[in-house]
Design a protein around this ligand. Structure first.
Ligand code: PRX
Length: 647
C-alpha cells in the first residue's frame, strides 16, 4: 500500500523540528478520525519485504478480540534495526556500553552489531532454532543481551527475556509456560559492585523435574572465569567462533510474534504477553522519535533493564530502528556513588536520559551529590517512566539533574501497550509537573466510573483505551481467553488499563496508580497474588494477604499480613527466614518490607479477604476504614490495628 496524497505526513526519522502544539492537535485528530491513513503513512518508516495490503483490522469485543495490523506485510525486525542503516552509516555507533565498574565502556558500530547478531543467529541455527521457536534470554545488561534479542528476531524465533533479578523458581515457571527450546544466559551479572550467579540460577531452574523442553543452554562468558559446563550447555564464544558474519533475515508476517514478556497481574501467575512484528516496530520507532524528539547523532540513554518492556522498546527496538546511538548501562546509578549518573552523561555526551522516579528518588535521597563533579551540559531531555512522579522528585530531576534547562517527559504506558501512550512530545507539549499530559497519536483514552459510564471533562475514574493501536500486545501466550478476560471484560468493547486517572480542566491526564491488586515497587510490577502464593508455600504459614503502602523511595512498599500454622512459635528468626524465603522463591524485588503476624485476617462471610481494610491499616490511615460490618469477625480488625507495625 502506498501513501495516498493525503495531508497526513509520514514522520520520517530525519525530521529535526518538533511539531507545534497546533500541528500535534491536527495530526492527533487525523490519527483518530482516519486511522488507516495515519498508520499507513507511519508504516512506511519501516522497510517491508512485502508491502501490507490492509492497515487496521481490530476488534475489542469480548469473546471476539482480534488485533491485526499491517496484514499481508512481511518484514524483519533485525534488518530494520540494523541492515538498512549499513549502506551509509555502518560506522556510526549503535550501542555505547558502560560497564558496572567505572571507566570501562565500549562502542559498538552498526556494522559490528550486524556481525555479532548474524554470528549468534547462525549459531542458533546450528542448534536447530527455527522460526517460531521460543528462546529464553536471562542476561546481564551487556550488549550480548541485545545481540541475543536481535538474533532471535533475525531468525523469527520468539524471545522471552527474563529480568536477571528473578529466582530459579520464577525462571523455571516461565520456561515451562513458553516451552522454551533454548536458554541464553551468562556466567554472572554485575550490578553495583556485586556479582550475581546467573548460570547457577539457570542450572537450578533446569534441574526441576518439570522443565523438560530446553535442548541447549548458551552461556556468555562475562567474568572470564572458568566454570564447568553441564550437559547440553555451550559457551557463546565457542558456539559462534566459526560462524559467518552474514545471515539472511527471515521474512516475517506483520503479525508473527516477536517476543513474549511476562508481567504480573492482579490474579494468578505472571502472564506472557505476546508482541508481534510490524505494528510493534512502527509504534516503537515512531514513539521513540516523536516523544524524545530524537535527532540523528544524539546519544540517548534509557536507564531501564532489558528484562522489562521499557528496555525492549526504548533501549533496543525503537532506538535501533531509528538509527540512534543507544547507551546500555550495566550497573546502577548510585554505584560507586550518586555522582555516577552525571559522570556517564559527561563521558558519553548524553543528550537524552530516560529513567524511573524510583531512581530519581534514590539519587535525591543523597542531597545534591548526583550533581557534583559533572556538568551535564549535553542533556536536553529527561524522561520518566514506570510510576507516578511526585512533585518533589520532578522538581529535583528538573532543577538538579537538568539544571532547569531540560524538558521532563513523563511517559505513561504498560508492558501490554508496547510503547508510550499518554506522554508529552518534547518541544511540543507544555508540561505540568506530575502529569503525563496528552495521548500519543492514535490513542483514545477515556475515564469511566465503576459501571463503565464515560466521565467527561474534569474528572477522575478508571482509565480505558477505546480503540486499538499498533503497539499493543495481541494475546497472552497460550491463553487468549485470559487475555480477553483480563483486559476486555471489565468494560464493554474497550481495553481496561488497571490504572486510575484524573483529567484536569485543560485536558491533561494525571495517572493516580493501579486500581487493582498490582503493586508497583521501585517501578517493578508485582502481583499480590504471586507474593501470597509464595508465602503460603512456606511450611509455617497458613494464610497470607499482601498489600502495598506508600514508601518514600520505592513508591510502594510490600506489607505482608500472615497467619501462622497453629502451634508455630513466631520469632524474629522466623520472620527473617520468611523474608529470605520470598526473596529466594520469587526475586529480591519481591522481598517484603513489613511482615505482621496475625491470628486472623479480615474476611467477608463468604471468606473473601478484605484487602481494602488491610491497605488502609498498612498506610496508617485508620480514620476511614469504611464499613466493617460485613466482616465475619469484625474484632480481627482491632487486633490487627493494635499490633500494626510502626513505620
Ligand atoms: O500503573 C502504571 C505504572 O506502571 C504500570 C505498568 O507497569 P509495567 O507493565 O511494568 O510497565 C512499566 C513501564 C512502561 C502502569 O499500569 N506506570 C507506568 N508509567 C507510569 C505509570 N504510572 C504513572 N505515571 C507513569 N508515567
Amino acid at each position: 500500500m502506498t501513501s495516498k496524497s493525503y495531508s497526513i505526513p509520514k514522520i520520517n526519522h530525519n525530521q529535526s523540528n518538533p511539531l507545534t502544539m497546533e500541528q500535534y492537535k491536527e495530526l492527533y485528530k487525523a490519527s483518530i478520525e482516519t486511522p488507516d491513513e495515519f498508520w499507513d503513512a507511519q508504516g512506511q518508516r519501516l522497510d517491508w519485504m512485502t508491502p501490507y495490503t490492509k492497515v487496521k483490522q481490530t476488534r475489542f469485543n469480548k469473546g471476539n478480540v482480534n488485533i491485526d495490523w499491517y496484514a499481508g506485510g512481511k518484514l524483519n525486525v533485525s534488518s530494520n534495526c540494523i541492515d538498512r542503516h549499513l549502506s551509509q552509516h555502518a560506522d556510526e555507533t549503535a550501542i555505547i556500553w558502560e560497564a558496572d565498574s567505572p571507566g570501562h565502556s565500549q562502542h559498538i558500530s552498526y556494522q559490528q552489531l550486524h556481525d555479532e547478531v548474524c554470528k549468534l543467529a547462525n549459531g542458533l541455527k546450528s542448534l536447530g532454532v527455527n522460526k517460531g521457536d521460543r528462546v529464553v534470554i536471562y542476561m546481564p545488561m551487556v550488549p550480548e543481551a541485545a545481540y541475543a534479542m536481535l538474533a532471535c528476531a533475525r531468525l523469527g524465533a520468539i524471545h522471552s527475556v527474563i529480568f536477571a533479578g528473578f529466582s530459579p523458581h520464577a525462571i523455571a515457571d516461565r520456561i515451562i509456560d513458553c516451552e522454551a527450546k533454548i536458554v541464553i544466559t551468562s556466567d554472572i551479572s554485575k550490578r553495583g559492585g556485586k556479582s550475581l550467579p546467573l548460570k547457577a540460577n539457570v542450572d537450578e531452574a533446569l534441574a526441576r523435574d518439570d522443565v523438560t523442553c530446553v535442548e541447549q543452554t548458551i552461556i556468555f562468558n562475562h567474568d572470564d572465569v572458568e566454570m564447568p559446563l553441564l550437559d547440553k550447555q555451550i559457551w557463546w564464544h565457542k558456539l559462534t567462533e566459526n560462524c559467518a558474519v552474514t545471515c539472511p533475515a527471515e521474512p516475517m508476517d506483520a503479525e508473527d510474534p516477536l517476543f513474549i514478556l511476562y508481567t504480573s497481574g492482579s490474579t494468578g501467575q505472571p502472564k506472557g504477553l505476546v508482541h508481534t512484528t510490524g505494528g510493534y516496530l512502527v509504534y516503537a520507532s515512531l514513539t521513540h522519535q516523536m516523544i524524545f524528539d530524537y535527532k540523528p547523532g544524539e546519544v540517548y540513554w534509557c536507564a531501564a533493564d532489558v528484562g522489562w518492556v521499557t528496555g525492549h522498546t526504548y533501549i533496543v527496538y525503537g532506538p535501533l530502528a531509528n538509527r540512534a546511538t543507544t547507551l546500555m548501562f550495566e550497573g546502577v546509578p548510585t554505584y560507586p556513588d550518586e555522582r555516577r549518573i552525571g559522570q556517564i552523561i559527561d563521558n558519553h555526551k548524553v543528550n537524552i536520559l530516560y529513567t524511573a522516579p524510583t531512581a530519581i528518588r534514590a539519587l535525591m535521597a543523597k542531597g545534591n551529590l548526583a550533581a557534583q563533579d559533572s556538568h551535564r551540559d549535553t542533556l536536553r531531555i529527561l524522561g520518566s517512566v514506570g510510576e507516578p512522579i511526585n512533585p518533589e522528585a520532578w522538581h529535583w530531576y528538573n532543577d538538579v539533574v537538568g539544571k532547569s534547562k531540560c524538558e521532563i517527559i513523563d511517559t505513561w504506558w504498560q508492558t501490554e501497550t508496547g510503547g508510550a501512550m499518554i506522554t508529552p512530545l518534547a518541544g511540543t507539549t507544555k508540561l505540568k509537573p506530575g502529569s503525563a499530559t496528552f495521548p500519543f497519536f492514535g490513542i483514545q483514552p477515556a475515564l469511566v466510573d465503576a459501571e463503565g459510564n464515560e466521565l467527561e471533562g474534569e474528572n477522575e475514574g478508571n482509565l480505558i483505551i477505546k480503540d486499538s493501536w499498533p503497539g499493543q500486545a495481541r494475546t497472552i501466550y497460550g491463553d487468549h481467553k485470559r487475555f480477553e478476560e483480563t483486559y476486555f471484560s471489565a468494560y464493554e468493547n474497550v481495553y481496561f488499563t488497571g490504572d486510575g486517572c484524573k483529567r484536569d480542566n485543560d485536558g491533561y491526564y494525571w495517572i493516580t496508580g493501579r486500581v487493582d491488586d498490582v503493586l508497583n515497587v521501585s517501578g517493578h510490577r508485582l502481583g499480590t497474588a504471586e507474593i501470597e502464593s509464595s508465602l503460603v508455600a512456606h511450611e509455617k504459614i497458613a494464610e497470607a494477604a499482601v498489600v502495598g503502602y506508600p514508601h518514600d523511595i520505592k513508591g510502594q512498599g510490600i506489607y505482608v499480613y500472615i497467619t501462622p500454622i497453629s502451634g508455630t512459635e513466631v520469632t524474629e528468626d522466623l520472620t527473617k527466614a520468611i523474608r529470605e524465603w520470598v526473596r529466594h522463591d520469587l526475586s529480591p524485588i519481591a522481598t517484603p518490607d513489613m511482615i505482621q503476624w496475625t491470628n486472623g485476617l479480615p474476611k467477608t462471610r463468604s471468606g473473601k479477604i478484605m484487602r481494602r481494610i488491610l491497605r488502609k491499616i498498612a498506610a496508617n490511615d485508620y480514620a476511614q476504614l469504611g464499613d466493617t460490618s460485613t466482616l465475619a469477625d469484625p474484632s480481627v480488625v482491632d487486633t490487627i490495628i493494635e499490633n500494626r507495625l510502626n513505620r
